[in-house]
Design a protein around this ligand. Structure first.
Ligand code: SF4
Ligand code: SF4
Length: 174
């Protein structure tokens, strides 16, 4: 149990987690709740209680798709997506093995593509993802169809404003 978890996640997410009173409106509307091991309202309670180990090893923090449905339903205007982001960052920073490494592989491949090109370049992102996840054979048929239709360009195009992208990553401490 961590005494500082609530303060740390509140500060990093910018969300008033202490105000959550377990009305469960977030979980009732969450489109991903069936994939979570702890529903969104429970995640909030666990943060309040400082249940750091359980949260950082949970599948729930990686299953959130940041759709913001919970934030639009919450009577206290708490957005859970930034809370999940703060917990994910803490999981990776502390070297904890994520409960869902394949999602983490996709997540980090996406971020690396944005950092390198300022936008997603699907071909390099998919190659990085395949390498990280060691999942070399899935979705090859779909990938080939997209490639043949010209939906996956071979050469990347960098954003014209890479300086701004660099600035954003520096601000985020990446
Ligand atoms: S932002 Fe995450 S927790 Fe909130 S409703 Fe969407 S998937 Fe669920
Ligand atoms: S909707 Fe808001 S107050 Fe209600 S359980 Fe979810 S986070 Fe807590």
């Amino acid at each position: 149990m961590s005494e500082n978890l609530l303060d740390k996640v509140t500060s990093e997410s910018g969300q008033a987690i202490a105000l959550c009173y377990q009305c469960r409106k977030c979980s009732a509307g969450c489109p991903m709740v069936e994939e979570f091991d702890f529903p969104p309202n429970m995640v909030m309670r666990m943060v309040q209680l400082g249940m750091k180990d359980e949260l950082l090893k949970s599948k729930a923090i990686w299953m959130c798709v940041s759709c913001e449905t919970c934030g639009s339903r919450c009577p206290n205007e708490i957005r859970i997506a930034p809370v999940m982001d703060a917990l994910r960052a803490q999981c990776l920073n502390e070297g904890i093995t994520p409960a869902d490494p394949v999602t983490v592989a996709l997540h980090t491949s996406f971020i690396e593509s944005i950092k390198t090109f300022g936008r997603v370049h699907e071909a390099t992102m998919l190659m990085t993802y395949k390498w990280k996840s060691k999942n070399f054979t899935s979705d090859l048929d779909v990938g080939l169809k997209l490639f043949l239709k010209g939906k996956i360009p071979i050469m990347p195009k960098k954003s014209k404003n890479m300086a701004k992208i660099k600035e954003i990553f520096q601000e985020a401490g990446k």
